[in-house]
Write a protein that binds this ligand. Structure first.
Ligand code: AMP
Ligand code: GLY
Length: 411
């Protein structure tokens, strides 16, 4: 089969690598791909937002299956465009992508179908939003509507912090804001392969969203992750499926927006049970880089079977997978470009490229999150040591990283 992976980050690197290991894969393309993917896939110079060009490429090259990484590409309607031409693609339609692209859409469905989530209200006016914050007090969570690459959320510990976040959000014309109760608990990511009523859960991972050690500082797209997550027992995972994921899949079908693709549940285990923080309409990043290497069954076969509503039994290694993101100085506020990176050939683990490019033969930074350094081992502690030993050997003047990825699950 000829397979096309759309996107250029670490998640797409992991999706493509998993596809490349499939018995079914005879040719693998990435659009636009990245220097890490270029080692095992053919990178084609088409932007992940140029839907017309992607359709034409898939038609001319007789692509049998397209797998989409970024939410922005899904929100542009790539799945609708491919399906209109009879091209097989694994991902949600533009309408179903709203589960991520509109916090308000997701919250309304959760409320209607009693899917556990934080209490909330939506506002389109600064003054009424401010009045609500003053009435509720802190801590409180401010979420801008729309796609924000993980950066549109402020978990405000004080009222002035919440009010400032509202000022910033409403400086954008026609912005909507969801204001939520602040949940306390243990966060985890549960991603499933979904088609109509078929839900095939993958292994659980934990992301680290805050930029600094100890979960301090601004929210990012994610600074590191590991899988499996010891604290999320099989019983807790099953509860998350029964109470959140399956009811949401069912609800979307009942609402006339059935979901196909990777449904990402950002969940929190609280003292009152599992609650939904958010849904995403695609694989997590940096979750893909630690979950997919643990999959021993054929990833491409799994997607094809799910598309045909077949039950799929996935096999996983018991090994623990751990990864640390190396990001540009000042991420998430800004990103540097063009700083030279040297990666030794003999690292313990595997390096995913999140934001790199090759200029005049040198690998250089090209974005906020730049690399994800990963390792597998029998224990989280061992994988942690191996990853950080690798991270310290990567040379670049413009990168920083968190030092405590996975620590919380080690006690
Ligand atoms: P989101 O983009 O909705 O996943 O939010 C980013 C991060 O903010 C989450 O991963 C949580 O760490 C935090 N967060 C979001 N909503 C809440 C909430 N209601 N209570 C506590 N923390 C939250
Ligand atoms: N790691 C969080 C996300 O992919 O949204």
């Amino acid at each position: 089969m000829k397979i096309l992976v759309v996107g250029k980050g670490g998640r797409e690197h992991a999706l493509a690598l998993a596809c490349s290991k499939s018995q079914l894969c005879t040719a693998l393309y990435a659009a636009p791909g990245n220097p890490g993917m270029a080692k095992f896939a053919t990178c084609v110079d088409i932007s992940d937002s140029d839907i017309d060009a992607l359709v034409t490429f898939a038609q001319e090259n007789e692509i049998d299956l397209t797998v989409v990484g970024p939410e922005a590409t899904l929100a542009l309607g790539i799945v609708d465009a491919f399906q209109a031409k009879g091209l097989k693609i694994f991902g949600p339609t533009q309408a179903a992508t709203q589960v991520e692209s509109s916090k308000d859409f997701a919250k309304k469905i959760m409320a209607k179908y009693h899917i556990p989530t934080a209490a909330y209200q939506t506002f389109d006016q600064l003054e009424s939003a401010k009045a609500y914050v003053l009435e509720q007090g802190a801590p409180i969570v401010i979420k801008e509507d729309g796609l924000k690459a993980g950066k549109g959320v402020t978990v405000a510990q004080t009222v002035p912090e919440a009010l400032e976040a509202l000022e910033i959000a409403f400086a954008i014309p026609n912005n909507k804001v969801v204001i939520e109760e602040c949940l306390v608990g243990f966060e985890f990511s549960l991603i499933s392969l979904v088609h109509n009523q078929t839900v095939i859960p993958l292994e659980v991972a934990q992301d680290h969203k805050a930029v600094h050690d100890g979960d301090k500082g601004a929210n990012t797209g994610g600074m590191g992750s590991y899988s499996p997550v010891k604290k999320i027992t099989p019983a807790l995972k099953q509860a998350a499926l029964d109470e959140v994921i399956c009811p949401m899949v069912d609800a979307m079908q009942k609402e006339g927006v059935p979901f196909t693709g990777f449904l990402y549940g950002g969940l929190m285990q609280t003292k009152d049970g599992v609650k939904t923080i958010e849904f995403n309409a695609r694989f997590g990043d940096p979750e893909a880089e630690v979950i997919l290497p643990r999959l021993e069954s054929d990833f491409v076969q799994a997607m094809l079977d799910v598309l045909e509503d077949k039950e799929v039994k996935l096999q996983w290694t018991n090994q623990v997978s751990h990864g640390v993101v190396m990001a540009s100085t000042n991420y998430p506020a800004s990103s540097t470009k063009g700083a030279k990176i040297t990666i030794p050939e003999d690292l313990n683990g595997y390096v995913y490229h999140m934001g790199t490019k090759v200029v005049d033969g040198d690998l250089v930074t090209d974005g906020g999150r730049v690399l994800m350094v990963t390792n597998m081992a029998d224990t989280l502690e061992e994988a942690f040591e191996k990853t950080y030993a690798d991270v310290e050997r990567i040379q670049c003047d413009e990168l920083f990283y968190r030092h405590d990825i996975g620590r919380k699950d080690m006690d």
